[in-house]
Write a protein that binds this ligand. Structure first.
Ligand code: CA
Ligand code: CA
Ligand code: CA
Ligand code: CA
Length: 324
């Protein structure tokens, strides 16, 4: 075996500039890692244990997989972590029963896409070579990601059409606020047309015709009483909130209301994705064929993983001001 530092530099340079399929140095035969075009996938079983893997069936049949357990991981399938705290996990020198293990393998045939997601590993294809991690630190850096999400707060107003800023001053920007004017009626409820209500120049429902759309108007019927005092929480008790014609009292300027301030506020849940970049520092892999052959990387970039949609509840930082 080569002296470690020499080996590290050697492989570092080779992997950086050339790539290679084999090298002659005693009986060391290394396969090039050609995972650049392979997406990093995840098997999300219940619990905080995850398998991240890449499969390459292009010219060579190979896989790289990382099995790790961490309290910072999500229980949700398709979500690695919904925390933006950096996660660092050591790959131990002994890999027998470890919860943190990286495995590189080559095979005698095409690897099926479900290879890592089955309880019992399939007998085919056969493993030609296997390298296990004997050292290194997995580093997971995660950031919020909104790619492909066009309406984060699901209120029916596309992100691009949301007003900049924070209409009701509750500390939640309109783009993330399910109740933009803080009147305890959801924006998506306020935007729905009903009772042949008039609309403003933008085609938005505007009951009192003051030009301000209902979803941005803290007094929808213009009777001088803030909507927040004319409804229970998001119309939860409809019989108390509708007149004889079945029109909501907050939309009926002639109604004689009994007003009770609702101090509770609507839960504000929005949709996020999280993109994690996974690298492994000082990675050491050892061939399991008994030769003790090792591969080292200063930094190995395993890849990036974007979660599915995650619900996130945002808590207001201040009391809504517009309806008081
Ligand atoms: Ca929206
Ligand atoms: Ca707000
Ligand atoms: Ca509202
Ligand atoms: Ca009113």
């Amino acid at each position: 075996m080569l002296e470690m530092k020499t080996m590290r530099n050697y492989f570092y340079i080779i992997f950086l500039f050339l790539g290679f399929t084999s090298c002659n140095d005693g009986d060391i035969i290394i396969n090039n890692f050609e995972f650049e075009d392979s997406a990093l996938k995840s098997c999300g079983k219940a619990g905080k244990s995850k398998v991240l893997y890449k499969i390459n069936n292009d010219n060579v049949f190979e896989t790289i997989s990382l099995k790790i357990t961490n309290p910072g991981f999500s229980e949700v399938e398709g979500v690695l972590t919904a925390s933006t705290e950096e996660i660092r996990i050591s790959l131990p020198a002994s890999n027998s029963t470890s919860d943190a293990k990286l495995v590189y393998r080559t095979y005698d045939g095409e690897v099926p896409l479900v290879y890592f997601c089955q309880d019992i590993p399939p007998s085919s294809p056969k493993v030609n070579e296997e390298f296990l991690s004997v050292g290194g630190t997995v580093v997971i850096k995660t950031a919020e990601n909104f790619e492909g999400i066009t309406d984060r707060d699901s209120d029916g107003v596309p992100d691009v059409d949301e007003k900049p800023g924070d209409t009701d001053g509750d500390g939640i920007l309109d783009i993330l606020d399910v109740d933009d004017d803080g009147d305890n009626v959801l924006t998506r409820t306020e935007r729905a047309t009903a009772h042949n209500d008039p609309v403003n120049v933008d085609g938005e429902r505007d009951t009192d015709e003051d030009g301000k759309p209902n979803y941005l108007d803290p007094d929808d019927d213009g009777d001088g009483v803030p909507t927040k005092f004319e409804v229970t929480l998001d119309l939860q008790l409809p019989t108390q909130n509708f007149n004889e014609a079945n029109v909501a009292l907050y939309l009926d300027r002639f109604s004689t209301n009994s007003f009770t301030e609702v101090t509770e506020i609507l839960e504000n849940t929005v949709r996020y994705k999280y993109r994690s970049i996974i690298t492994i520092e000082d990675l050491q892999l050892q061939n399991q064929n008994g030769t003790g052959e090792e591969i080292s990387f200063d930094v190995y970039e395993l890849g990036e993983f974007t979660s599915g949609l995650v619900d996130k509840t945002i808590t207001p930082t201040t009391t809504s001001t517009t309806s008081n």
